[in-house]
Design a protein. Structure first.
Length: 336
């Protein structure tokens, strides 16, 4: 019998609230569950305000002070990160789990050179000499495509372009050979050409190292190029999950379908692009029932009665929509 390998990361029923005077606080992530297998690239998509970055910060245990985990588990290599002490998390963070943050120009410390920031991370986790750490930093700068790394290692962030700073961030994340890399909007604020270069670099590095990757973005083009599997988030919940090809070929949830229709196609001549009417509701103002129903063209009165649960609608394709629950009920009655 073939043994089923446990996922590298398993997030189970994770809930996070914003501490306020309101009893229980304001929920911002609500019963979030997903997993990442060894060597897999998981894409997380959704509009701003859906909880994508908060999910990443929860995994890293870097939530702002006002945000509190109120339930669930974050199991990495068989151990729940929520039960780790701060010192244990510091030993994991940056070594076993690394993160590329948004806006590299603001993520790098402007008063230290790029090399000093990479060397610091290497010395902390590898416990090697500064000379050896500098050599390793030059190696990873070369791997991520920094020209003349022996010279650029002593440059400050302001002496580099946005694309170069993003490469430094990637080098810093990869310097300790992490098992899981979280890339939060890795191509934000970069021009199209540099975006393509960064994505190709990440794709090659993932293929060469076999590390698992979570890539967070609102750009479906990034997901199509890079991810093996996609998780669509809306208002702190997962509304659809599938492998990438199935999601693009047959989106099931109305929200996912709306995102797909909003992508302009080069072979179409249209006067106006498709948009999803309305805005993502703020935490604390979530509507009753399905949180997408006020913006959904398929919405009915039944959509306001209960939050639809994620269910497998076809092999390895999951969606949370009342339409599929109704279909399953009809099939069940017909089989009796």
């Amino acid at each position: 019998m073939t043994e089923i390998q446990a996922p590298l990361l398993s997030v189970r029923d994770l809930s996070v609230s914003l501490a306020t005077r309101r009893l229980g606080g304001i929920p911002i992530l609500d019963g979030l569950s997903f997993h990442v297998a060894n060597g897999e690239v998981l894409g997380i998509v959704g509009e701003s305000g859906c909880g994508k970055s908060l999910t990443a910060l929860s995994i890293m245990r870097l939530l702002p002070k006002a945000a509190v985990v109120t339930g669930g588990q974050i199991v990495f290599q068989g151990r729940d990160l929520l039960h780790h002490s701060d010192s244990e998390m510091r030993s994991i963070r940056g070594k076993d789990i690394a993160m590329i943050f948004q806006e590299p120009m603001s993520s790098l410390n402007p008063v230290f050179t790029a090399g000093e920031q990479i060397i610091e991370a290497i010395i902390y986790h590898e416990r090697i000499t500064r000379t050896a750490a500098r050599k390793r930093a030059i190696e990873v700068l070369s791997v991520v495509g920094i020209p003349s790394p022996e010279r650029r290692i002593d440059d400050y962030p302001h002496q580099m372009s946005g694309g170069m700073c993003q490469r430094v961030m990637i080098a810093m994340a990869l310097a300790t050979n992490p098992k899981l890399l979280i890339a939060d909007e890795p191509t934000t604020a970069l021009d199209v050409t540099v975006q393509a270069q960064i994505l190709e670099l990440l794709r090659k590095l993932q293929s060469d190292t076999g590390m698992s990757v979570i890539v967070i973005t609102h750009d479906l083009g990034v997901i199509a190029d890079f991810a093996d599997r996609v998780m669509v988030m809306y208002s702190g919940r997962v509304v659809e999950e599938s492998n990438t090809n199935d999601l693009f070929d047959r989106p099931l949830h109305p929200y996912t379908a709306g995102l797909m229709r909003s992508i302009p196609h080069i072979d179409e001549d249209v006067d106006r692009l498709h948009t999803i009417e309305g805005l993502v509701p703020s935490p604390g103002d979530w509507p009753a029932g399905c949180r997408f129903h006020p913006r959904c063209s398929f919405g009915t009165a039944r959509c306001t009665q209960a939050i639809p649960q994620l269910a497998e609608c076809s092999p390895n394709h999951w969606a949370a929509c009342i339409r599929y629950e109704v279909s399953r009920e009809e099939l069940s009655h017909a089989s009796r």
